[in-house]
Design a protein around this ligand. Sequence first.
Ligand SMILES: [Fe+2]
Ligand SMILES: [Fe+2]
Length: 238
Amino acid sequence: MELFDKNTRMTDLIHSNYLLLPVINRFGVRLGFGDMTVGDICADKGIDMNFFLAIVNAFHNHEYFPEEELRAFSSVLIIDYLRKSHLDFIQVRIPKIEFLLSRLVANSASDDLKVIQTFYNKYKEELIAHINDEEENAFPYVLELQKAYDLNIRPLPESVRNYSIQSFEKEHTNVDEKLFDLKNIIIKYLKPNYNDHDCNEFLFELFQFERDLQDHARIEDKILVPKVMDIEKAIKNG
Ligand SMILES: [Fe+2]
Ligand SMILES: [Fe+2]
């Protein structure tokens, strides 16, 4: 299993896995690395290198998921990364998927594609509601909780005392399944009345988006939620 470390040149990291490009962008890392290593770039940009490495390695190798190590990072760091991913999904990935879908529909005579568009719209609505809920409810709660814990604030503010992460974090199964179904309808049932290139590009984008979303959900479900539950246990029962 290939793992990147502080001596890996950033150029080699991207040559190994170009899908990491949006991941490194979320840390403010952009192209033009020269021969700089991961260690050099992180020092240069003030990035927590261990967190950076844990995130890129977990994305790169699906069997690699250092739960303990990731949970040790501050919620502030984890949420910052998750929020930048949300921004990327909403500002870049979803508009791109929509552009590819509308091109596919425009260049095809098939009515199936209208059904796919309707299905996609429902999926998007659900995904955006999920993201907004995290941004407006779950994440602010976690940040307040972390602050109360770090600064030992007592009595606990009401915004922390009366809630728990389990009431906020909705499960990801529904949105995951809808995206899978969307891909599956196209792969299984599309009538051969479409432009190959447009359809392939649309599907490639959906597969990539799915991978990115799964990685994102894994950080929320397996890192953020258990970490927050530990803090809740310490702070509310202590
Ligand atoms: Fe999220
Ligand atoms: Fe989520």
